[in-house]
Design a binder for this molecule. Structure first.
Ligand code: FAD
Length: 366
């Protein structure tokens, strides 16, 4: 049977099938907004959505995770969630790691970054509780990685536990390199003012460590004693599964999916991408991801209504840079014309880290 947009419906019902691969913020918002218009299938290895920018504070205040981990079934109603990793795209179907074939009329790829997380929400909540215990009962803590997650974790611990010895090791010449050197300088001064010891251009080889080791040695031989450590290195892009698929030529040299102005994957008529996985020329930010999701959902709705390509929405990449929290009342943001630090950006970032806003967008109780 032909769907409204002229596609052959794979399951024989009247509605087109939209398969969304990746249940992060981008995939969740697309699936949620299309579920009343199509048969939506969400494929994600986790049973829940995780809002990544709350991860660091959730280690210090695990109650935050109660709201920022949302079961996919809480916002997808009757639609189908397949808890699996996608392993391939062939013909008009996605193939999961278990070999299940999931046919689509429209495909949305939103596999952002990979992060080894437990399958169910309860186990993930437990992980945050365990991290919290580790922090509470350690006198000294080593943080490896000085981009936003490492800086945010160091500030949270320094503010909540000023008596603990916190050491941060970063392998670059500056903190927050992806944001800008002025922001990195400000963060460094702020951390040092809170007695956080920062070692730049140093790495720690965790492979050579054994369980229970308390002495860590950096690449240039600095010895750091710590009761526990946290690795805050960025996870890889979630595109390795695409490399052997028919879409492999749509990946750029960094492993991002090349998209056109309508956020359609290069050269594809019915495959879209949203979120961190796209090559949109902007920094990876939750706010942009929400805009990607809105454009992709709207364009799929237009195509299902039979609209011509010329009527599709165009996505305009943003040049705004991210904000990094420095404790409860400070944050730092580097704008194109100035670096702003202090209470104002902290207010922009919002104390609840936009969790309630994301829940509202998904139609989940706040
Ligand atoms: C620590 C940290 C702090 C941040 N701070 C901020 C901030 O302050 N402000 C801000 O705006 N942004 C921030 N960001 C960035 C923001 O979180 C991301 O831009 C946004 O979450 C990306 O969403 P996404 O849906 O594209 O990808 P992700 O959130 O990475 O989701 C990808 C999803 O795809 C799934 N997946 C991966 N591979 C597969 C596969 N093969 N098959 C099926 N599913 C798969 C994953 O399980 C996951 O559910 C931060 C990010 C991090 C990590």
């Amino acid at each position: 049977m032909a769907g409204a947009g002229g596609w052959v419906h794979p399951y024989g019902s009247r509605r087109p099938v939209v398969v969304v691969v990746g249940g992060g913020v981008a995939g969740a918002l697309v699936a949620n907004s299309l579920q009343d218009h199509a048969d939506v299938i969400l494929i994600d290895p986790k049973e829940y959505l995780e809002i990544p920018w709350t991860n660091m504070i959730s280690k210090v205040e695990p109650s935050v995770a109660e709201k920022s981990l949302i079961n996919h079934n809480d916002y997808l109603g009757g639609t189908q969630v397949i808890t699996a990793s996608s392993a391939n795209v062939r013909g008009e179907a996605v193939i999961t790691a278990e070999g299940r074939l999931v046919e689509y009329t429209y495909l949305v790829i939103a596999t952002g970054h990979t992060n080894q997380c437990p399958r169910n929400r309860r186990d993930r909540l437990e992980q945050f509780q365990e991290d919290n215990m580790k922090i509470k009962y350690s006198g000294s803590i080593l943080i490896i990685g000085g981009e936003s997650s490492g800086v945010e974790l160091a500030t949270e611990i320094a503010m909540n536990y000023p008596d603990k010895k916190v050491t941060l090791v970063h392998d670059r010449p500056r903190l927050l390199e992806s944001i800008g050197h002025k922001a990195g300088g400000k963060a460094l001064r702020w951390l040092r003012s809170k007695n956080v010891e920062v070692h730049l251009e140093q790495s720690v080889d965790l492979e050579s460590m054994s369980e229970g080791d308390r002495l860590f040695r950096t690449s240039s031989g600095i010895e750091i004693t710590a009761d526990c450590y946290f690795s805050c290195l960025d996870g890889p892009l979630g595109s390795s599964w695409i490399r052997d698929s028919e879409l492999k030529d749509c990946l750029d040299s960094d492993g991002r999916l090349m998209v056109d102005a309508n956020l359609r994957v290069k050269g594809q008529s019915n495959i879209f991408a949203a979120g961190d996985i796209t090559d949109a020329p902007e920094l990876n930010q939750g706010y942009f991801v929400q805009r990607h999701a809105m454009v992709v959902s709207k364009n799929i709705k237009l195509l299902m209504e039979g609209a011509k390509d010329s009527k599709l929405l165009k996505y305009k990449p943003s040049s705004t840079t991210p904000m990094v929290s420095l404790g409860k009342t400070d944050a730092v943001v580097q704008l194109s014309f100035a670096m702003v630090v202090g209470y104002l950006p902290a207010m922009w970032k919002s104390r609840d880290l936009y969790v309630n806003r994301t829940r509202t967008l998904l139609g989940v109780a706040r």
